[in-house]
Design a protein around this ligand. Structure first.
Ligand SMILES: [Zn+2]
Length: 162
C-alpha cells in the first residue's frame, strides 16, 4: 500500500476481511452463477466464459500480470492519490497497481471500498467493460460482481453491528 496512513490502511484491511467473507459465501457463488443478462444466464463482456467458469476464475486468483499463477489469492498493489474528478479508482491492463482516489476513499465505508477494490481487481483477471456509461457496462463482470460484493459486504457489516 502506497501513500496510505495507518487509519487508511486499516480501512483497506477491513474491506479485505469483508471480501474474504463474501467470496467464501454461498450467496456470492449463487449470485455469480445465476446472474442473468438479456434473459440468459451470462454477463456482458464475458470473454466467452460461462458463469461457472467466471466463478472458478475468481477463486483461482490468477492475475494476468502475476507470476504466482492460481494461488487462490488477491495479489494487490494499491496507491492512494487525489483528483477532483469523479473517478473512484482506476488501473491499466499493463500495470499491477490499482489507484484509488482519496476524494472517495476517505468518505467510503469499508463495504464501499470492498466494491471498488474488487471491481479493479477483476480487471487484473482480464475482465473488461465499456468505457462509456452504457447499459451494457452495468452488466459487465467488474460492475455486476463489484455491486454484488458491496451488497453482501454491507449486509455483513450490519450483522456485525449487533
Ligand atoms: Zn472498471
Amino acid at each position: 500500500m502506497i501513500n496510505f496512513t495507518r487509519e487508511q490502511e486499516d480501512k483497506v484491511l477491513e474491506a479485505i476481511d469483508l471480501i474474504k467473507r463474501v467470496v467464501s459465501s454461498d450467496e456470492f457463488k449463487d449470485g455469480v452463477i445465476n446472474n442473468t443478462y438479456r434473459g440468459r444466464r451470462t454477463f456482458a463482456d464475458n470473454d466467452g466464459l460461462s458463469n461457472e467458469e467466471i466463478y472458478q476464475k475468481i477463486l483461482h486468483g490468477a492475475e494476468t500480470l502475476s507470476s504466482s499463477g492460481r494461488n487462490n489469492t488477491m495479489d494487490l498493489e494499491l496507491e492512494l492519490y487525489y483528483e477532483s474528478a469523479n473517478t473512484i479508482g482506476y488501473t491499466f491492463p499493463n500495470i499491477v497497481r490499482i489507484f484509488m482516489n482519496r476524494k472517495y476513499f476517505n468518505k467510503f465505508k469499508p463495504y464501499q471500498v470492498a466494491d471498488n477494490l474488487f471491481h479493479e481487481w477483476l480487471h487484473k483477471l482480464g475482465f473488461k467493460h465499456d468505457v462509456q456509461s452504457t447499459n451494457r457496462r452495468r452488466h459487465s463482470i467488474p460492475y455486476t460482481i463489484g455491486y454484488l460484493v458491496k451488497k453482501l459486504a454491507k449486509r455483513y457489516t450490519e450483522i456485525q453491528a449487533f
